[in-house]
Design a protein around this ligand. Structure first.
Ligand SMILES: [Zn+2]
Length: 419
């Protein structure tokens, strides 16, 4: 099959075109795809999927880690179909032939015939966002390559995220400098130049090449910044990117993965983050510059309160222990939900004052579950574990001096089996 004429190669700003249908065929929805989920119960009509090959296209297919364009396609010559816009949900390329996946809401046969003229339209807002983010990625990768010798070893651009992986690491300060320099490239509003050098010319040019290239090499150059072999659509001047923001950095495969956002995507993200900052500023009653201190202060207060709470729990349990006659051998207390450290300390303290089994059950009848520590300085605590396991299915264990575990049941049910 002859290769599809890729109009986006020469003009990334072409949003629509007409084309002739080369072939069209019905295809099955991919496993677990959206089209697969409907109609098992006849509630919703399953969209019929068709694959159309055209003589030319404005749709960029999925390639080099970038999701394909989406958009619409419709017949031109048939008045009855003129207004029927079919959604293009996916676009794939193989051996230079581009296949458009069309979703038809009702299956009334193939929407087009071979040879028929159609008109195409891409989702331009989405595509322009891809162009902003993709060109922003070139700037960051190019700067890291020129200044530090890092190579881009992975790139992903979809509706939800943009990531780029490099084989070197930067510290926090260096990330800020990189981001600053990348945005300086935007302010200079440099041209993004596309060229198709011959093999001879190519030998003399030093360029980054991130993906295997089909056919002639397409070079994308941003002066003083980057030269890279790339087949995707880019903005024509760097100023159109608007803003490059590095939003997260992970150590990855010995290098790092940068999560970035450019253009409208960056602006939307910064607006969202600004709302979070305002919210935290309001909640902590601090100025926006001081929210870090505000949160640290709150965490300190929470830590102090937790310690105070532990002290009070211990004091309350100790007061109850004092009401138990000293000559009672086995002592079991039911306490509310208790900090595990306090819980354990309490049982140790009980052992100092009573000869037999000393245990504390922390929990409530509402929850229907209690955690316990049971200890003894004269007897084998595991005997009590056996009783709880056999009669109530408790789970736990330990040494003769102390066991711990949990049991399902109410206070009265547990009390009834204890020695
Ligand atoms: Zn590119």
């Amino acid at each position: 099959m002859t290769e599809t004429d890729r109009l986006y190669d020469k003009n990334a700003y072409l949003t629509s075109c007409t084309a002739a249908v080369i072939s069209i065929r019905r295809i099955e929805a991919p496993e677990g795809g959206a089209a697969d989920s409907a109609d098992k119960n006849g509630r919703e009509a399953t969209p019929a999927l068709y694959e159309a090959v055209l003589d030319r296209t404005v749709f960029f297919p999925e390639a080099g880690g970038q999701s394909s364009d989406t958009g619409w396609i419709c017949a031109i010559d048939r008045p009855d179909r003129k207004k029927e816009l079919l959604a293009v949900t996916d676009v794939q390329i193989k051996d230079g032939v581009i296949r458009h996946i069309l979703s038809c809401s009702a299956d009334s046969g193939a929407p087009f015939r071979a040879g028929e003229p159609v008109s195409l339209q891409i989702n331009w807002e989405r595509r322009f966002g891809f162009m902003q983010n993709h060109t922003g990625e070139h700037i960051l990768s190019g700067l890291m390559h020129r200044r530090l010798g890092f190579d881009n070893i992975g790139f992903h651009l979809s509706d939800n995220s943009v990531t780029l992986d490099v084989n070197g690491q930067l510290n926090d300060e260096e990330i800020l400098v990189l981001e600053w320099e990348a945005n300086e490239v935007i302010y200079r509003n440099l041209p993004v130049e596309v060229s198709y050098p011959t093999d001879e010319e190519l030998e003399k040019i030093s360029y980054r090449s991130k993906i295997e290239i089909e056919g002639q090499t397409r070079l994308v150059r941003i002066p003083d910044t980057d030269i890279c072999a790339c087949c995707a659509p880019h903005v024509s001047r760097t100023g159109e990117i608007g803003l490059i923001k590095i939003v997260k950095v992970l150590r990855y495969n010995g290098g790092m993965r940068l999560f970035i956002a450019c253009g409208r995507r960056a602006l939307a993200l910064m607006q969202k983050r600004q709302r979070w900052i305002e919210e935290v500023s309001h909640l902590t009653n601090r100025s926006q510059d001081e929210i870090g201190d505000g949160v640290k202060h709150l965490l300190g207060e929470i830590g102090d309160l937790k310690q105070k709470n532990r002290d009070l729990e211990y004091e309350a349990a100790f007061l109850r222990l004092k009401t138990v006659p000293r000559d009672r051998e086995n002592v079991f207390l039911f306490v509310g939900n208790m900090d595990p450290i306090v819980h354990r300390n309490l049982v140790n303290r009980m052992c100092e004052e009573h000869e037999g089994f000393c245990g504390a059950f922390a929990g409530s009848d509402e929850e229907g579950r209690y955690r316990y520590y049971i200890a003894s300085r004269t007897k084998d605590s595991r005997e009590v574990q056996k009783i709880l396991t056999n009669k109530l299915g408790a789970k736990g264990g330990g040494k003769p001096e102390m066991i711990q575990g949990s049991v399902t049941g109410t206070q009265s049910a547990i009390s009834a089996v204890l020695p």
